[in-house]
Ligand binder design. Structure first.
Ligand SMILES: [Zn+2]
Length: 100
């Protein structure tokens, strides 16, 4: 179908236009591939900062399902044995480390 079209017109300009279209398509394709790779690299690690009610001792651990700010997961303070509550939930992007 495409070759028939080129032969019919036998136009050099059309050929160039066709080549440019292919190049453009390839650039677009590689860009999509790059984007896909970037998306797999971004793997945010969610951290939770626990704070002791009694002495203010801070502890950081990985996020667990069901965690929310001000929740008391039942963890005890390493220093005084007081109740810990979730103070901050934040994420760290691993992208930089994964690139190397
Ligand atoms: Zn404490």
């Amino acid at each position: 179908m495409i070759t028939k079209l080129v032969l019919q017109f036998d136009n050099f300009e059309l050929l160039i236009l066709f080549a440019v279209a292919i190049i453009f398509f390839l650039i677009l394709l590689t860009d999509i591939k790059k984007q896909g790779r970037r998306m797999t690299l971004v793997n945010p690690e969610i951290k939770v900062q626990l704070l002791c009610e009694e002495c203010g001792f801070k502890e950081i651990r990985d996020f667990k399902e069901g965690d929310y700010i001000s929740k008391k997961p039942g963890d005890k303070c390493e220093k005084c044995g007081g109740d810990m509550y979730i103070d901050i939930i934040y994420s760290i992007s691993k992208q930089e480390g994964a690139r190397q």
